[in-house]
Design a protein around this ligand. Structure first.
Ligand code: UDX
Length: 419
C-alpha cells in the first residue's frame, strides 16, 4: 500500500514483529519483501506500532489476520478476526471503510458488517479476498490477477467501491480487472478458488497412483492434458502433495461450513481431495522403504527441503516434514536440510535432526529424498553428490530431476507416478 503511494500504519499485537518491521526486517522469509520495506520506509509513508489508536484518523482499515484451523476440528478459528475488529471499532470515524482480507467461512462478513455499522452507521465493511502465493507475495500484491470487492448490496454504486478504487488506482489503471459482488459471494470466491487448486493437485496425484499401477508417466500425461487450454498445465505437478497454511485448512473449513449450512453433500468430494493428498505421504514412506531394500531400520535418509514449498520458510502442514517424521518413527536415521526453513522446522519438529546444508546432510546417506523443489536441489550434480553417499539412491518427490541424467551417473532414481 505504501508502494502504491498511500500513508500506511501497520498494527500488530506482537511487539517483536513490530520492532523487526520498524527496522525494515521481515519476520519471515519472502523474496523481495525486505528490499520493498526499506524502499518505502525511506519515503516516510510506512510506520509500525502496537497501538491500535494509531488507526484513528485513517480512512481505510485492512484486517489481514490469520484464520487457522481450530485445534481438533475442521472449522476455521475466527478468534483473531473478531479480536481485530472489536479492537478497531472504537477508532472508526464516519465514512471509514473496513476491508476484510482474511479467508473466512461464508457468512462472517455479514456478521462483522453488523458490528461495524452498529458502531458507526456511515462506515462500511468490504470483503476483499487475498489471493497471493507465498514466495511470490510482493509481485502478486502489486500486480494481482483480479480484485474482488464484496459489498453489502453487491452494487457498483456502493460508496465503498469508489474508495477502494482509489486505494488500488495504480494496478487498476494498468488493467487489473475487478468484480463487485455481495459479501457471501466474495467470501466464497476465495474458498472456491483454493478448493479448485487443491482438487487439481489431488486429481493429478490420483493419476500418479494410476500411472504407477499401469507403468505410465504422470509428467508426460500432465504435459499432454495441460495442452488443452480448458485444462491448463499449471497446478498439475504430481508429487508429495499440497501443504502450507492455506489449501489444507481452507478445504477442511469449507467442508465444515457447508455442513453448518446443510449443504455438506455438495463438498463430499473435498474429503476425497484431502484423502488423496494425505495418502501421498504414506506412499513416499513406502517407496523409500522399497528403495532401501525393504527395511528402514537404521538406514540413513537425507530429506532435502523442509518448507511446504520453495522460496518460503513456512513449514505449516509441510508434507516434507511429515514424511521425515514418519521415516524416523519407523527406525530410519533422518537428516533434514533446507535453505531457509530449518529454524521454523526445528520449532515444530524438535525431534528431527537438522543439517545446515546439502553437503553436510548427505554424508553416508543410504537414500536421498528431494521433497521441496528449491532451485539449488533442482541443480544438484549427481556425479559430485555420489562422492558423499553410501548408496546412490534418490527419490524425487517433486518430479523435477532429469531421471536419465541421474541414472547415467549411476543412481537408482525413483519419481512419483513415473516408471
Ligand atoms: C495458495 C494459493 O495458491 C493462493 O492463491 C492463496 O492466496 C493461498 O493459498 P500458497 O499456499 O502460498 O498459495 O501455495 P501454492 O503455490 O498454492 O502451493 C500450495 C501447495 O501445493 C504447496 O505445498 C505446493 O508444493 C503444492 N503444489 C502446487 C503441488 O503439489 N503441485 C502443483 O502443481 C502446485
Amino acid at each position: 500500500m505504501a508502494k502504491l503511494g498511500h500513508e500506511v500504519v501497520g498494527i500488530d499485537v506482537d511487539e517483536h514483529k513490530i520492532k523487526e518491521l520498524a527496522a525494515s526486517r521481515a519476520p519471515f522469509y519472502e523474496p523481495g519483501l525486505e528490499d520493498l520495506l526499506r524502499e518505502v520506509q525511506d519515503t516516510g509513508r510506512l510506520s509500525f506500532t502496537t497501538d491500535m489508536s494509531a488507526a484513528q484518523g485513517n480512512s481505510v482499515h485492512f484486517v489481514c489476520v490469520g484464520t487457522p484451523q481450530k485445534k481438533g476440528e475442521n472449522a476455521a478459528d475466527l478468534t483473531y478476526v473478531d479480536a481485530a475488529i472489536s479492537a478497531l471499532l472504537p477508532f472508526l470515524s464516519p465514512g471509514d471503510v473496513v476491508v476484510g482480507k482474511s479467508t473466512v467461512p461464508v457468512g462472517t462478513a455479514a456478521r462483522l458488517a453488523g458490528l461495524v455499522e452498529n458502531k458507526e452507521p456511515t462506515a462500511h465493511l468490504v470483503w476483499n479476498p487475498e489471493f497471493l502465493r507465498e514466495g511470490h507475495a510482493v509481485s502478486d500484491t502489486l500486480e494481482p490477477d483480479r480484485f474482488v470487492y464484496g459489498v453489502s448490496d453487491g452494487s457498483e454504486d456502493h460508496p465503498a467501491v469508489s474508495i477502494l478504487d482509489e486505494v488500488y488506482a495504480a494496478p487498476l489503471s494498468s488493467g487489473t480487472p475487478r468484480l463487485v459482488t455481495d459479501h457471501p459471494t466474495a467470501e466464497l470466491v476465495k474458498t472456491a478458488a483454493n478448493s479448485f487448486l487443491a482438487t487439481k493437485i489431488s486429481f493429478i496425484n490420483a493419476m500418479a497412483e494410476l500411472c504407477e499401477a499401469a507403468g505410465a508417466d504422470v509428467t508426460s500425461l500432465a504435459d499432454a492434458i495441460g495442452m488443452d487450454d480448458r485444462i491448463g498445465r499449471k497446478f498439475l505437478n504430481a508429487g508429495i502433495g499440497f501443504g502450507g497454511g492455506c489449501l489444507p485448512k481452507d478445504i477442511r473449513a469449507f467442508m465444515a461450513r457447508a455442513g453448518e449450512l446443510g449443504a455438506d453433500q455438495a463438498l463430499t468430494f473435498l474429503r476425497e481431495v484431502d484423502a488423496i493428498n494425505m495418502r501421498r505421504r504414506g506412499r513416499v514412506v513406502e517407496l523409500t522403504r522399497d528403495l532401501c531394500d525393504g527395511s528402514l531400520l537404521g538406514k540413513r535418509i537425507t530429506v532435502l527441503g523442509a518448507a511446504f514449498k520453495p522460496e518460503s520458510d513456512d513449514v505449516r502442514d509441510s508434507p516434507a516434514l511429515s514424511i521425515a517424521a514418519q521415516l524416523q518413527l519407523q527406525g530410519a536415521v533422518v537428516s533434514v536440510t533446507d535453505p531457509k526453513a530449518i529454524e521454523n522446522a526445528r520449532r515444530r519438529f524438535p525431534e528431527l535432526h537438522y543439517e545446515p546444508n546439502t553437503e553436510s546432510s548427505v554424508q553416508r546417506a543410504d537414500a536421498i529424498l528431494l521433497l521441496t523443489e528449491w532451485n539449488e536441489y533442482r541443480g544438484l550434480d549427481p556425479y559430485e553428490l555420489s562422492r558423499h553417499v553410501t548408496s546412490p539412491r534418490i527419490l524425487d518427490g517433486r518430479n523435477v530431476l532429469d531421471a536419465a541424467k541421474w541414472r547415467a551417473a549411476g543412481w537408482i532414481y525413483r519419481g512419483l507416478g513415473r516408471p
